[in-house]
Design a protein around this ligand. Structure first.
Ligand code: NAP
Length: 308
């Protein structure tokens, strides 16, 4: 019985140690490795290999080592093959840290003070309390809900948008595309934590950015193709958007010629908002393998029809 791991090989070394310690009956290999393809029952991927069904005829579960599954082409998989995304405490903690850093920085005008510093300008701006700032999160999944919980603790007014309506105490929630403009009108700071699907690709475009209050700020931690970058650049230049913090871009890495690199109102990070932590991730994967064999629902089972 083999688990084949096809993701960051450095972190894979830690996965191998943890499997050896916690599940010695499972033969763990890092891609490409020397695993017998017929024995591969579990495959853990960031970017999956092609022809999965032909390569691994006895595959039982496809695990994404990331929270998103947008790199997996469901149409190329056997219909009955379960796909499980990564839900583990390390990813959640990393995302909460990043979004709090970004929201607090925008709330306290840090990008403006950075520009002032470059001009050697000593200029205090008015300080408004968190309770006067409205923060909206697109996507009320594992990550969006965890981020909102902490934003509420800090005293921000919070808003959320998802596909189906949600009820979250202390957060005003909006559901569905028809209610997106209403939601956006409430966001001084907008955080994108959506999965990438056909429905969400290009969602952050000029029409949507125009629905935000003038001078709103954007924190983009979903996936690069959610955002129409040229529409963001126009919105930044017109003052509709005051600042953008982008952790994800299209493509990744961003091309050297891309204007986002040098725009004074853009802060870029190289897709590091959150990372799967092997120590907690392996526990979840092993629990899912146990659940799979016990016929119990696995944590993070993907609904292929919805795409997330
Ligand atoms: P999740 O639990 O699957 O939640 C997804 C949320 O998005 C749900 O609330 C869902 O609505 C909503 N949604 C999906 N499609 C929608 C649509 N068409 N219209 C409105 N709402 C829609 O996902 P998660 O674990 O929170 O992760 C979210 C995303 O974060 C990942 O897919 C990935 O793109 C991104 N991420 C980024 C990083 C990074 O380092 N930058 C790291 C991890 C994850 P319902 O609740 O109604 O189903």
């Amino acid at each position: 019985m083999t688990f084949l791991y096809k993701a960051d090989p450095q972190r894979g070394e830690r996965w191998a140690e943890l499997f050896a310690e916690k599940a010695p009956d499972i033969d763990f290999h890092i891609w490409p490795g020397k695993a017998d393809p017929d024995k591969v029952r579990y495959l853990g991927v960031w970017e999956p290999p092609d022809r999965i069904a032909e390569r691994f005829p006895n595959l039982e579960v496809l695990f994404s080592v990331a929270a998103g599954v947008d790199k997996i082409d469901f149409s190329a998989l056997p219909a009955g093959l379960p796909v499980v995304r990564m839900i583990e405490p390390g990813i959640v903690a990393g995302m909460v840290e990043y979004v709090l850093w970004a929201v607090l920085g925008l709330h306290r005008d840090m990008p403006t003070y950075r520009r002032f510093q470059e001009e050697r300008l000593w200029k205090p701006l008015p300080l408004s309390p968190a309770g006067g700032r409205r923060v909206g999160v697109l996507g009320l999944g594992e990550l969006g809900r965890a981020v909102l919980r902490q934003l509420r603790t800090l005293g921000f007014q919070t808003f959320g948008w998802s596909r189906a309506p949600h009820v979250i105490e202390g957060t005003m929630c909006f559901g569905g595309r028809d209610h997106l403009p209403d939601f956006l009108a409430h966001c001084d700071i907008l955080v994108c934590l959506l999965p990438l699907t056909t429905e969400t690709t290009g969602l952050l475009d000029k029409n949507m950015l125009a629905c935000l209050p003038r001078g709103a700020a954007l924190v983009q931690v979903g996936r690069g193709p959610h955002l129409v970058a040229e529409d963001l650049l126009s919105a930044l230049d017109s003052g509709q958007i005051r600042d953008a913090i982008l952790d994800v871009t299209e493509p990744e890495p961003l091309l050297p010629s891309d204007p986002l690199w040098v725009h004074p109102r853009v802060t870029l990070t190289p897709h590091i908002a959150s990372m799967t932590q092997p120590d907690s991730a392996v526990d979840v994967v092993l629990e899912n393998i146990r659940r799979f064999h016990a016929g119990e629902p696995m944590i993070g089972l993907v609904d292929k029809a919805k795409g997330y």
